[in-house]
Design a protein around this ligand. Sequence first.
Ligand SMILES: Nc1ncnc2c1ncn2[C@@H]1O[C@H](COP(=O)(O)OP(=O)(O)OP(=O)(O)O)[C@@H](O)[C@H]1O
Length: 256
Amino acid sequence: MPEAILELDNVTIRFGGLTAVDSVNMRIEPGTIRALIGPNGAGKSTIFNLITGIYPPTSGNILFMGNKISALKPHSITKMGIARTFQNIRLFGEMTVLDNVKIGQHCRTCTGFMGALIRGGKAKAEEKAILEASLKALQLMELEHKKDELAMNLPYGEQRRLEIARALATDPKLILLDEPAAGMNPQEKQTLMSMIRKIQEMGLTIFLVEHDMKFVMNLSDRIAVLDYGKKIAAGSPAEIQKDPAVIAAYLGKEVC
Ligand SMILES: Nc1ncnc2c1ncn2[C@@H]1O[C@H](COP(=O)(O)OP(=O)(O)OP(=O)(O)O)[C@@H](O)[C@H]1O
């Protein structure tokens, strides 16, 4: 079995009396696209919050490239190579597209954001590296030509791509996308899908939470299904679509 880039080993989190994630096991192979689906409140975003260190698990372990990350702080996890986007857009609307991407990278540099403002010699060299990484990320998401526009003036689909660019600029090995296609029109979804494939071709691993089943089924190598905090199924898109437990969790609705 190839080494997993990300491994969840019996992960549980309780909020008071609620078990939001219940004994979840998962292995994600490097270079693949994995989706996590499930009804509202199933625990999907909580799994992302556990992986990125927002919450420590109540029990169980999370391993990234073989190293335990479940006790680390979010900025340390970002430095190790995990980046994410959020369910709701979190951009600085009054800042330019380029600055929105640059600001995401100061977690990785030695001088930090204040240092970059003071602009010592080392900070200048770092600022140059940040600029180059930002432009490369914008190019990948086909937003380079909009770098000087204010983020709030971008159409919705481009704002979501800008968030992915910000995550990519931190040079991650694994990127977590929380509902990347939410609110997009069919054309925007199609564009996003081809960009996610391009990111995969660069060697990154993608883990996404998404409600749009067509998007998930077309894009994912494997899918895990969560219901009331428990993993109820895992497999290829074809396997998931005909899994009786999955069909039941979605109240008999067709999964595709
Ligand atoms: N910090 C918290 N404190 C208390 N309960 C929480 C907390 N975070 C999440 N929960 C609860 O845990 C459960 C899982 O929530 P979560 O947001 O992970 O679901 P989800 O699958 O991402 O849902 P959606 O598809 O609607 O985004 C819900 O019942 C939610 O109310």
